[in-house]
Design a protein around this ligand. Structure first.
Ligand code: AMP
Length: 430
């Protein structure tokens, strides 16, 4: 007996997005694309892999992403490369590399695609996941941060995702943050024994990361931690005040959340996260904020920037709970019998598709009964039957699968005639 061949499964934490699910993804992406383009964002496509240093330098060496989660490996020449864990660093690299700031420093970009982080997989958390990213370069005004939050809230409402909350905080700037860091570090030192080993290690070098720790004992220990909002310099304070006023003017509900620091080092001033109770433990569907120093850190000029990332996996999960009508079914299925029937059907099939009629046919040699079954399974709205008899008589049969009505159509100009009949029956249906 032959040896059984082992089936190859996908990698843990990765997933397939199958037809049936993918239609919702397309709808969400198209809605986001069109909204972002209305707000003046241009699409940019950046590579999946970059030099490891790009992420190490931007996201920060002490972060979970860089310390534990990146897919990093040497290529065949030994250069260290990384599958991108996020998009912002790459968009900045591209902006700097192509010197886009020389013609116009103010740019708005969006990009959609997969990210890779080797986190512990669970519901709503994958090792390959998808994001829609938007970035605004060259604008210092808090109004653009508000624009980003407004776009997010609008998008979620367009997708009928209710129950969303905007959480906002300020992380200050290189002027005021050092004082806050010292206060935070002193606070954590005073409760050393309650922190996990990561936090003990990070509390002096990068105490903001401790605020981001998800370990329950660390979370409890943080309840009384000092708030950055008490340490903001006048410029950061003013920036944050304007952000709040402009959000209120646009009727965007928000809560100020002093524990919101987000898992990347590059953030400055306003950070935000959109949370929803519809998701369970992984309740963030989008996050972002200002990262004024990043372009300079990556070797570019001193240009302010702000942006967001939407988690598409989580968004489709909740946008999908009410949608079942997105799968496209064929307008027509051509049931062909005999060699001549199949070759005519094939010509018509291609011509109909070119005319924008969703057509399918049976390529194998199958009985009419089994072809009708397949048409039914595919949800075809009509079936066209063509066999030797029909060809001899110069007429084919068009069957409406819903009403079961059948009409004869002359073979001459058949594509044109079918198009006409289908549009009439669509009008009747509507
Ligand atoms: P971040 O890039 O960490 O700021 O995340 C932005 C958004 O991406 C989050 O609010 C999530 O919706 C989504 N996200 C982040 N990590 C994952 C993951 N491992 N699996 C699925 N979605 C994720």
């Amino acid at each position: 007996m032959g040896k059984k061949i082992r089936m190859i499964q996908l990698i843990r934490g990765f997933k397939d997005i199958l037809p049936g699910e993918v239609e919702l993804w397309q709808q969400v992406e198209n809605t986001a694309r069109s909204l972002l383009e209305d707000f003046g964002f241009k699409e940019i496509r950046i590579p999946i892999m970059e030099h490891t240093e790009l992420f190490a330098r931007s996201i920060g060496e002490d972060t979970d992403i860089v310390e534990k989660e990146m897919y990093t490996f040497p290529d065949r020449k030994g250069d260290l490369i990384t599958l991108r864990p996020e998009a912002t660093a790459s968009v900045c690299r591209s902006y700097i590399q192509h010197k886009m700031y020389t013609t116009d420093p103010v740019r708005k970009f969006y990009t959609i695609g997969p990210m890779f982080r080797r986190e512990r997989p669970q519901k709503g958390r994958y090792r390959q996941f998808y994001q829609i990213n938007a970035e605004i370069f060259g604008v210092d005004s808090p109004l653009v941060d508000v624009e980003l939050i407004f776009i997010l809230v609008t998008l979620f409402s367009k997708l009928s995702v209710s129950d969303v909350n905007a959480h906002i905080n300020s992380l200050g700037c290189p002027e005021c943050r050092p004082m806050f860091k010292t206060a935070l570090s002193d606070f954590f030192t005073s409760l050393n024994e309650n922190l996990c080993s990561d936090c003990v290690r990070r509390k002096d070098r990068n105490p903001l990361r401790v605020l981001d720790c998800k370990v329950p004992s660390c979370r409890t220990a943080m309840t009384d931690a000092p708030s950055i909002l008490d340490y903001l310099c006048p410029a950061c304070d003013q920036h944050f005040e304007t952000t709040k006023t402009a959000l209120s003017a646009l009727n965007v509900p928000f809560v100020v959340d002093k524990g919101l620091v987000r898992g990347l080092d590059y953030y400055t001033r306003t950070t935000f996260e959109i949370q929803t109770s519809a998701l369970g433990a992984q309740n963030a569907i989008a996050g972002g904020g200002r990262y004024d120093g990043l372009i300079k850190v990556l070797g570019g000029p001193d240009i302010p920037a702000t942006g967001f990332a939407i988690g598409l996996d989580r968004l489709t999960e909740i946008a999908g709970s009410t949608r079942t009508d997105l799968v496209k079914t064929p307008d027509i299925f051509i049931a062909a019998l005999g060699e001549k029937g199949v070759s005519l059907a094939f010509e018509w099939n291609c011509a109909l598709c070119l005319e924008g009629v969703k057509a399918e046919m049976e390529f194998g040699d199958k009985s009419l009964k089994s072809q009708m079954k397949r048409a039914h399974r595919l949800g075809a709205k009509h079936v066209l039957i063509v066999g030797d008899n029909e060809i001899k008589e110069g007429k084919v049969i068009l069957r409406d699968m819903e009403t079961k009505d059948q009409v004869s159509i002359p073979i001459e100009n058949v594509v044109k005639n079918i198009k006409l009949k289908l549009s009439v029956s669509n009008i009747k249906r509507e």
